[in-house]
Design a protein around this ligand. Structure first.
Ligand SMILES: Cc1ncc(COP(=O)(O)O)c(C=O)c1O
Length: 405
């Protein structure tokens, strides 16, 4: 019997706006190499490799043994977890939050940012995003139907001037600004003065602010990352997203939160009510333990990243590869030195994967403003970082000889 022809599968129009995922190719190569038995050193993804704090894991196991926790959870976050988040904001930033009106838990911060964009942005709305950018900051707004204008990142005064020029000249006026400090991929740390100016501009030009604060606790050399909400008036204009993924090594657990402006939090709560049922209760309870008892673990983890940063930067400097030492986050943002810059970040990363068994994130994956750079994640141990750089150095020497670069 002749088989019926397949139905035509036709995606929605918005799918055409999503470019090919540039990290996909590097990831695919990495997997294929690993299947063949090659030892690929992965400095590409910001996927933490260290364990979550022991008391958090113990609490998860204990609570997961209680079948009552297997029911649908409180979608917007257990009250006790929201109270604990409020306490941590008071302790860390001196910011008082109402756990019932100004805090909502999310399935990691990425989910929260995406759904908040759906709640705030629609066709005809303009969204400002500093670039290079973590892809969801751009594409959550685009998927929601908005038009994104990118502001090239620069030193603070230049960046603020660009922001103000856009606010004053763009029509329709920007509706939302998406910030992210400490920044992925460039590792730039936000300052109170920057946030103060942003709040001033948000009030003057009437836009909302979403601040992604996923790397809040991973800072080095005594630097502290201020919260956007520390600035007077911030909660009149915006919200801040936090995450358990990086500070507590709980990336796979999917636990985050959104705090700040009541109406924005309510909008997120409303839209999430249609899409999801929140986070497994055992994870939420384990999150309470993380916030209550694991400050030392967070400091220890930040020190681990700082030590890896030191190794990475020292070895790169010895290779005559100038690098700005990141003050925060899980990444170094490295300009590709000549003559290899001619290749572009994608081809250079592919060569490093092929020849050196090292995965790197090409800067172009964060937008054209990232071209010429590599994002190097501090997720392998110091020994492996040294080994990766040795292998890269050898591969670069080979390339120079072969290609007459
Ligand atoms: C800037 C930034 N925001 C958000 C996320 C995602 O965090 P979460 O695991 O909380 O969704 C990441 C992950 O890499 C990130 O780099």
């Amino acid at each position: 019997m002749a088989s019926e022809p397949n139905n035509t599968i036709q995606f929605a129009g918005r799918m055409a706006q999503l470019p090919p995922y540039l990290f996909g190719m590097i990831n695919q190569m990495k997997m294929e190499k690993r299947w063949q038995g090659d030892d690929v050193i992965d400095l590409g993804m910001g996927n933490p490799v260290d364990p979550a704090p022991a008391p958090v894991i113990e609490k998860l196991v204990e609570v997961a043994n209680d079948p009552k926790t297997h029911r649908y959870p409180v979608a917007y976050g257990m009250r006790n977890l929201r109270i604990e988040i409020a306490k941590s904001y008071k302790k860390d930033y001196g910011v008082e939050l109402d756990p019932d009106a100004e805090i909502i838990c999310t399935i990691g911060s990425k989910e929260g940012i995406s759904h908040l964009c759906l709640a705030l942005i629609g066709p005809g709305d303009t969204v400002l995003v500093p670039a290079p950018a973590f892809p969801v900051h751009i594409y959550a707004a685009i998927i929601a139907g908005g038009s994104v204008l990118r502001i090239p990142l620069a030193e603070e005064p230049v960046f603020l001037e660009r922001l103000e020029t856009m606010c004053a000249n763009v029509y329709p006026r920007p509706k939302v600004l998406i910030l992210n400090y400490p920044h992925n991929p460039t590792a730039v740390l936000g300052t109170r003065s920057l946030y103060e100016r942003v709040v001033y501009l948000a009030k003057k030009y009437n836009f909302m602010v979403i601040h992604d604060f996923a790397y809040n606790k991973i800072t080095f050399d005594g630097y502290v990352a201020p919260s956007f909400l520390e600035v007077p008036g911030a909660r009149d204009v915006g919200v801040e997203f936090g995450s358990f993924s990086k500070s507590y090594n709980m990336a796979g657990w999917r636990l985050g939160y959104c705090v700040g402006n009541k109406q924005m939090v309510t909008g997120l709560r409303q839209i999430k009510g249609y899409y999801d049922y929140g986070i497994f209760s055992a994870i939420q309870i384990a999150g309470i333990v993380a916030l209550r008892h694991c400050d030392e673990d967070v400091l220890h983890q930040a020190q681990i990243y700082q030590n890896r940063r030191d190794v990475l930067c020292e070895v790169l400097e010895r290779m005559d590869w100038p690098i700005e030492r990141p003050k925060a986050g899980m990444f170094a943002w490295a300009k590709i030195p000549p003559p290899f810059d001619k290749l572009g970040s994608m081809e250079f990363s592919i060569e490093m994967m092929k020849r050196a068994n090292v995965a790197l994130a090409p800067g172009i994956g964060f937008g054209e403003e990232g071209e010429g750079y590599l994002r190097i994640a501090l997720v392998e141990n110091e020994h492996r970082i040294r080994q990766a750089l040795r292998q890269m150095k050898k591969a670069m020497r080979e390339m120079e000889q072969e290609r007459d670069l």
